[in-house]
Design a protein around this ligand. Sequence first.
Ligand code: ATP
Ligand code: MN
Ligand code: MN
Length: 293
Amino acid sequence: MVELSSPERVYFPDAGLTKAGYRDYLLGVADRLLPHIANRPLSLLRCPDGIGEDCFFQKHYTKGLPDGFRSVDIEEKDGGREPYIYIDDEAGLEACAQFGALELHPWGAQVGTLEKPERLIFDLDPDEGYDFSDLKDTARDIRDLLETAGLAPHVMVTGGKGIHVIAPLDASNDWDEVKSFAKGFATALERHDPARYVAQASKAKRKGKIFIDWLRNQRGQTSVAPYSVRARKGAPVATPLRWEELSRVSSGHDYTVDSLPRRLSSLKSDPWDGYFDHAAPLKSGALDWARSA
Ligand code: ATP
Ligand code: MN
Ligand code: MN
């Protein structure tokens, strides 16, 4: 057990969620959350005084962190080494609650095999006011294309504005390969339908379009974990869905700390059943295709 100080401190005022309530949420979803974050370097969005107050990302391990946090030295681009935070068990989740870490953003690779990504992710970022049912169609189109490449795409609403399409990889490719595939894929989508898609991050170019954010597929980049809460009003949760369920959601933030546990207890099986069993390689044909895209 990690000691929780000030358990009655309010983290989400509008949702009435306290520090203890947040800890209890994390422990309640631990069996589903930990497989996706344990043993991965983690960027934590910390809001020690709750949402609405100052929030900031922390990725480096420092002295005096709550028990439950672990440290791994990682080589940075400039050749230096820095200690990064990771967790590997429920005590780590309790530490997150104690630390005011309201969003959990793992790397796409595990401690020990940091140069071999274990997932391909397309983060669909719609412009303000973009039609959500149209965004869902895009997610399905991406699913179909990735299936053609022999991958097993899964879908998640982020708890924010968008959708993530994520395919588990078998960690046989390196970052360069995964990044060039992701970039080539997003670029090809843009070329195919430039009125609808953009593969560059610039806000100006996003007007009325969907930014196919492939940049999460780079060493050192993170994306929000399945079942992570978002530090936004209403305590929305990043929620994995079955593809068949996508037609039933009306936004990226339909589920919250309040409704998500009810959703889970009403399900017969996990929405991402078999996720890790379907890890596959990016085959050379797909890589060649992306290079020429
Ligand atoms: P939405 O559906 O609203 O787009 P999202 O989680 O996809 O939700 P984005 O803004 O598209 O949000 O993604 C930004 C991602 O970049 C975050 O998920 C996070 O992992 C990462 N990120 C952003 N800023 C930082 C930072 N300062 N440190 C670490 N990671 C960051
Ligand atoms: Mn996004
Ligand atoms: Mn993004």
